[in-house]
Design a protein around this ligand. Structure first.
Ligand code: T1G
Length: 725
């Protein structure tokens, strides 16, 4: 165990180094040792000033989030931090904070307690606590407005987005930017200010605005939070805390912050968001593909198919600086594809997301081609052609012929069998699924589908590549619809059944939007195109079990040419700006179709709508876990939050079920089983966990233990459920 904090001297300047890898979190013992180092520095007459710096790749990434789960209502990370920050601020000798990498959360709060802050020009600072369902708890909401002003402080605390060191310098948060050697720059800066009065952030008030101008700022921030972070409590609490800084003394403001912080910390929303924080890191760990597995180079790629998905995927690689060959069958189709890419970039430039220069550079990286001539030069190909097995096998047979040995052959199929596609090549070990979500250049999720023969190198490469592409890669097994779409089927099935039984289209969508989803299941269908599912259902009609109820709404709408937004008619009617409105014609049609099918109409509550749709997800998720097509329940949660707009503050469908209580979920599903038949047969894993009073989170722990053994070292064969990944 290293010292966590070291103190050395550079002549008359003390250097206090925080060294708690990997991100210098303020774990138990760290604040205490910093405090001791400050005392030591003040007690040493040869020392005139101190520099606090982070060891390794970053300053301090905040309080130790791993500790939160262990806390009971009395305890909190701020207990050890607040006294330390006052201690630093009241230090007899100036303390200079030297920031590189990230100063996040408690890390920025620590920096703001220093008398000066200098930073590498590449550093970032921020208060991302709201992303964990909490607010800054160690005076951040009180000191930040004193340094950057009320407007910026509200934005940083309520939205949680980091700001660059350059911007922070213009705001007055950073006193000097350093190019090159940060420590040397910090020591010479400390020498410059030694002996001069050391400004205490908490005593500054000049940037706290006025009683006239501030209310408008807070009002606008609350409106924005209500829209952009709908349903989340922490952003509103953060705004309240910054407002307290403008009305109360520093001490009183800290008490107001403490109350709000504690309420957030012990909320379900925070537990869910912390589950997601660690889940996004956990999904990268594959039991039988250790992190030492060699990865293959991916410096040049090709995409086959320049449609909506192909074009978006080409942009993803170009945005990561990887040159892309974009192939299609004829000039006209290719021009259409490139035209869409240009339009997408242009609208991002217009919205200020990219600069024109960035757009031009990226477009340079995308080369439209009509032949496979240069395919021997690429390290990876992503096929994104029409969703038909025959066509995909033909493309893979071509790729097998033209691509160099060692190249990765990936398919963007969203439902088809990866092994069947791989069977069209002589190298199934090089074939894998890389299922992007539409729009591919926006959606963070990447479902990586492991085929029976996909090699560990190919898997490891795609998992690592997903991070480089700004995606969250989740490894899933090769079953129909993989994980996301396989669960989405029952979810949308229930939505359609509810309408057949009397619920209104808008009501079903609204109930799930109020539950927190970005969009309702029916509007989502209209967005994706109802004909996509219709064509697949027609292709698989022969696999449907007889005697099992199937929803008829979307098939009937498609037979009338109502494909959704693309035909300006689907479940809803759309104007030329794609704004949706209820369509009474659909209600009339549905009532007639239900009457013809002899389905009795009844009043349906929002609670039933939500339970039937969300528990359909959970039940299918439990089947997938049991069958081993997902590694952990948290993988399913990450898939649903990053690919299907499930509310992050509910932690994903599986975590939500744990929060409600699996016993209750199971009982509700048994009710539905009674009422609606075999489609609702409870998943055996869910039944077992519910009867044992266990949770999916405990199931995951057992999986991890089974895979990594008690000391999380070596991989071992899984016990619960046969992993098919
Ligand atoms: N506490 C504990 N572990 C942490 C951690 C933290 N704050 N930050 C990262 N880790 C772990 C992470 O789980 C992973 O572990 C490893 O470090 C590398 O992380 C009082 C109460 C800094 C941008 O929200 O955003 O301060 O998987 O893979 O991509 O007001 O980590 O290897 O076992 O993410 O380079 C506020 C959270 C806390 C920042 C680096 N701070 N961290 O990203 O590495 S609340 C945050 C990040 C707080 C105060 C309040 C990122 C990063 P493992 P990584 P990365």
């Amino acid at each position: 165990m290293n010292d966590l904090v070291r103190i050395t001297a550079d002549n008359d300047v003390a250097v206090i180094t925080i060294d708690n890898p990997p991100v210098n979190a303020l774990s138990p013992g760290v604040p205490e040792r910093i405090s001791a180092a400050i005392d030591q520095m003040n007690g040493d007459s040869a020392i005139k000033a101190a520099v606090v710096i982070g060891g390794g790749r970053t300053f301090v990434a905040g309080a130790d989030i791993k500790e939160f789960g262990k806390m009971t209502s009395g305890a909190s990370p701020r207990r050890s931090l607040l006294p330390l920050l006052l201690h630093i601020e009241d230090s007899g000798k100036p303390v200079v904070m030297a920031i590189h990498g990230n100063a996040f959360g408690g890390g920025l709060e620590l920096a703001m307690a220093g008398h000066y802050r200098i930073a590498s020009s590449t550093a970032q600072v921020g208060q991302p606590e709201v992303k964990l369902g909490i607010i800054p708890g160690a005076g951040g909401t009180q000191r930040l407005p004193r340094l950057v002003g009320v407007l910026k402080a509200v934005e940083m605390c309520a939205e949680g987005k980091p700001v660059s060191a350059r911007e922070a310098a213009t705001l007055g948060l950073i006193d000097r930017l350093i190019e090159g050697d940060l420590l040397a720059g910090a020591v010479s800066f400390a020498r410059e200010i030694a002996g001069k009065p050391a400004p205490k952030t908490r005593e500054r008030t000049e940037k706290l605005g006025t009683a006239t101008e501030n209310p408008a700022i807070f009002g606008a921030a609350r409106d924005a939070a209500g829209k952009k972070q709908r349903g989340m409590k922490a952003p509103l609490a953060a705004i309240d805390a910054v407002e307290a800084a403008t009305r109360l003394s520093f001490e009183e403001g800290c008490q107001a912050e403490a109350k709000l912080f504690t309420e957030c910390l012990f909320s379900d929303q925070s537990k869910a968001l912390i589950h997601i924080f660690f889940g996004e890191r956990e999904v990268a760990k594959i039991p039988d593909v250790p992190k030492e597995t060699p990865v293959l180079p991916v410096n040049r790629v090709a995409v086959v198919g320049s449609g909506t998905m192909g074009g978006g995927i080409a942009m993803v690689f170009a945005n990561a600086g990887i040159p892309v060959l974009l192939k299609d069958v004829d000039e006209a189709t290719l021009e259409l594809g490139i035209g869409k890419i240009r339009k997408n970039y242009a609208s991002s430039v217009q919205r200020g997301r990219f600069t024109q220069a960035f757009m031009d550079e990226r477009l340079q990286l995308i080369t439209p081609v009509l032949t496979y001539d240069d395919f021997s030069t690429v390290d990876m190909v992503v096929e994104a052609v029409f969703e038909g097995m025959e066509l995909k096998r033909a493309v893979f047979a071509d790729l097998d012929r033209v691509c160099r040995r060692g190249a990765i052959l990936a398919s963007n199929t969203s439902t088809l069998n990866i092994d069947e596609i791989a069977g069209a090549t002589s190298r199934p070990e090089a074939v894998i699924g890389t299922h992007f979500f539409s729009p591919a250049n926006v959606m963070r999720l990447l479902e990586i589908v492991r085929g029976k023969k996909s090699s560990k190198e190919v898997i490891a490469t795609c998992m690592q590549l997903s991070k480089k592409l700004g995606k969250i890669g989740v490894l899933v097994g090769n079953c129909r619809g993989f994980v996301g779409n396989r669960m989405f089927g029952p979810y949308r099935r229930e939505a359609q059944f509810l309408i057949e039984e009397g619920a209104d289209v808008e009501r079903v969508d609204q109930a799930l939007v109020e539950f927190g989803n970005a969009m309702g299941p029916l509007a989502t269908g209209d967005l994706a195109g109802l004909d996509v599912g219709w064509r697949i259902r027609k292709e698989y009609r022969h696999l449907e079990k007889t005697g099992i109820r199937q929803p008829f709404g979307e098939d009937r709408l498609c037979e009338l040419g109502r494909y959704g937004q693309k035909t300006l008619k689907g479940w809803y009617r759309y104007d030329e700006n794609r704004r949706a409105s209820a369509d009474p014609e659909v209600t009339t049609l549905l009532r007639k179709w239900s009457a013809d099918a002899g389905i009795p109409q009844r009043q349906i509550s929002d609670a039933e709508i939500v339970d039937r749709c969300v528990y359909a997800l959970v039940n299918e998720g439990a089947r997938i876990l049991e069958e081993g097509y997902a590694l952990r329940a948290v993988d399913i949660d990450i898939i649903y939050i990053n690919g299907y707009g499930f509310p992050a503050y509910r932690g994903g469908p599986m975590w939500h079920a744990d929060t409600v209580g699996l016993q209750r979920v199971y009982e509700r599903i048994c009710e539905f089983h009674q009422q609606h038949g075999e489609l609702w047969a409870p998943a055996p894993l869910l039944q077992r966990l519910a009867e044992a009073g266990k949770t999916f989170a405990e199931f995951d722990k057992a999986q991890v233990m089974a895979a990594y053994g008690p000391n999380l070292q070596e991989a071992a064969p899984a016990t619960e459920g046969s992993l098919r990944i």
